[in-house]
Design a protein around this ligand. Structure first.
Ligand SMILES: Cc1cc2nc3c(=O)[nH]c(=O)nc-3n(C[C@H](O)[C@H](O)[C@H](O)COP(=O)(O)O)c2cc1C
Length: 268
């Protein structure tokens, strides 16, 4: 029987088969590439953790370099370590939205505009050769002008002196809010202090430049030029995550335990 190639049925049938074949290819490619994508995402995160404490150099083997980093899960409210959760695989941002693992924040509480906070978070330790804590790396997130910025803030073992900051994911405008990625601006952070003599989070971004000799300069970082809204977001992010609602209970315990052996850090 001759096929009528101009019939409606033939055209529709051909289009259907073509769509089916294409969708099978696209799905197979998506599924096949998923492990590679996940690996790339994990490598990027680990690279940023290494970078914030100066342990990343181009060409470095990530698996080797990451052996210097020890992830641990902490309970934010108590500041204690949590056993039984795979620290390397734990996703606090996902957990924050799961019942029982996260809490919805009220408008008053939510200064960083993150909507939900996790009960637990992964912190990353760098140890000295003698086993004492050298640095602790904290995951931070908060809303800028266009996007939620995700990054890491590294502190010394005293829980009060900044070692570095970086943001590995954001959608701020290149040249404006996107200057959070500028190494020159990130270079303003090391050595800054977090808590004032009353234990309040005093670290913040200020407009108009910081006079290093002015009182309180140790708590102030230059805001980003032409990007006050992103700067406010970064200030709020830092203030939220270092407050009692964030890592302060953990950092207080870390500071109190810093002269004890590594196995006891986190205990009061
Ligand atoms: C296209 C466009 C993109 C902008 N992107 C940002 C941004 O990423 N972050 C930011 O704080 N301000 C951004 N702004 C500027 C803000 O609207 C606002 O003017 C600025 O935050 C004020 O900062 P200033 O007081 O330092 O000038 C953008 C403005 C325009 C027109």
């Amino acid at each position: 029987m001759a096929i009528d190639k101009e019939s409606k049925g033939y055209v529709l049938g051909t289009a259907f088969v073509l769509c089916l074949v294409c969708s099978v290819f696209v799905s197979a490619a998506a599924i096949g590439l998923r492990p590679a994508q996940q690996q790339a995402k994990s490598d990027d995160k680990r690279k940023n953790i290494l970078r914030v404490v100066g342990l990343w150099q181009p060409g470095v083997n990530i698996d080797e370099a990451f052996k210097q980093i020890t992830p641990k899960v902490v309970d934010l409210a108590s500041g204690e370590f949590v056993e039984g959760i795979d620290a390397a695989g734990y996703d606090q941002y996902k957990a924050a939205r799961e019942p029982g693992h996260g809490v919805a924040l009220t408008t008053e509480e939510d200064i960083a505009s993150i909507k939900f906070k996790p009960r637990h978070a992964t912190v990353y330790f760098v140890y000295n050769p003698d086993g004492s804590v050298k640095n602790v790396i904290l995951p931070i997130s908060g809303y800028g002008l266009w996007s939620t910025l995700y990054g890491f803030l590294a502190l010394e073992a005293n829980g009060n002196t900044v070692v570095g900051i970086n943001f590995y994911q954001h959608g701020e405008t290149p040249g404006l809010g996107g200057e959070v990625d500028n190494p020159k601006w990130k270079g303003l952070w090391p050595g800054k202090k977090v808590y004032d003599e009353n234990g309040r989070v005093a670290l913040r971004l200020v407009k108009g430049g910081v006079d290093p000799s002015a009182p309180g300069a140790a708590f102030k970082v230059d805001a980003l030029a032409g990007a006050t809204l992103t700067s406010n977001g970064v200030s709020n992010t830092v203030q939220y995550w270092l407050s009692d609602a964030g890592f302060k209970p953990f950092l207080s315990k870390l500071a109190a335990a810093r002269n004890k052996p590594a196995a006891t850090e986190g205990e009061s």
